[in-house]
Design a protein around this ligand. Sequence first.
Ligand code: FES
Ligand SMILES: [Fe+2]
Length: 434
Amino acid sequence: MLSEEKNRTLTQVGPGTPMGDYLRRYWQPIAGESEFDDKPIKTLTLMGEDLVLYKDLSGTYGLMDRRCPHRNADMSYGYVEQSGLRCSYHGWQFDQQGGCLHQPYEDTCDPTGRMRSKTRIKAYPVVAKAGLLWAYLGPLPAPQLPDWELFNYKNGFAQIVCAEIPCNWFQCQENSIDPVHFEWTHNNWTLRQQSDDVDYVPTHLQLAFDEFDYGFVYRRLREGEASDDVMWNVGRVTLWPNGFYLGHHFEWRVPIDDHRTLSILWVFSRVPTEQEPYVQDKIPTWYGPIKDPVTGRWITSHVANQDFVVWVGQGAITDRTREHLGQSDRGIVMMRRRFFEELDALREDPGHVPKGLILDPEKNHDVFLPSACRDELIQGLDREQLAAHPLLGPYLKDFFGQAGQPPHVRAAYEQAVGQKMNGAQFFAVHGSRR
Ligand code: FES
Ligand SMILES: [Fe+2]
């Protein structure tokens, strides 16, 4: 249980709030590069700030305030130029650093450009990596954008899967350190959606949570599992501050504002060795629906959707004064405590380096994170081994990660792995274990 005040501290993300300023110290994934294949401009809200993300005619990405500093016109209706974005009202043009390149009429009246040199628009750095666009909204200089090892694995098909979730980011992130929910939110719920006459999956017996540089590792032992099981020996990573790493995919919970979160999955599927060498020409991005248009209820069929349902069900900003934490919540308690320590440290010492930031470019190559399927993803598996693999095999049958995979992504995946997916069988046979 937390006080109302502490709950506010964890959940408020606007500029000038303790958590908002803290999260701004980290690069955040905000969109997919492929979203700019057919348009140059996208509006988005990040941590309460209304912004415009664009790709200019030279192919450079930028992120700036949605309001023009001249008379507040909407920059998302501007047009991209060779460098930067031009407002469609009076033609003021701004570059990626927020400098003003052109004020057509003012420049004519005052060719020395004194007013122009004083005019700035709020702008933030954007970098493309792993098919994602990443933004940094904190004080400069920016830290390194982490070069996680998984981004560099070969012979794989990656896809970026997004959804806008109508609740606060922190309850989404608490799910990244909540092992027991796999049993009930995913395994058993999936089975029960098939039939009332099922045996529940083996229950959790033991949990362990350990902090490390880039977050926490949590491990679990279920009934019938030996102590050399990878989920006990290796586990999963609660990636600091708002990510989750499951060995073959990442999840991020990026605050849009206090009441909305952008969920981004980055899913890597190693192709069978028979398909090698495989080089993916472009990482696709897609947005899945979260509501069933017929019933108006949340979609419950896929793993991420099941997560969304429980997060949103907790309330737009869950009321932590009402909760009753138990033994299964030990990780959540550790994570909250760590955030409070970090916020205190930053308040007392503005020079405090937030947890897990990589500052040294020399240390930012293939950064290692524990993974229960690392060897398999690096070395590869033949088709038969891959199909039998408990974590990776199910992806050959269906994309059960999130509802709504577009046909063209499915087709590209099937071509990459060299076989057709056969859908529903997976849920009937296995439940959504991951
Ligand atoms: S409002 Fe943007 S140039 Fe005038
Ligand atoms: Fe989950």
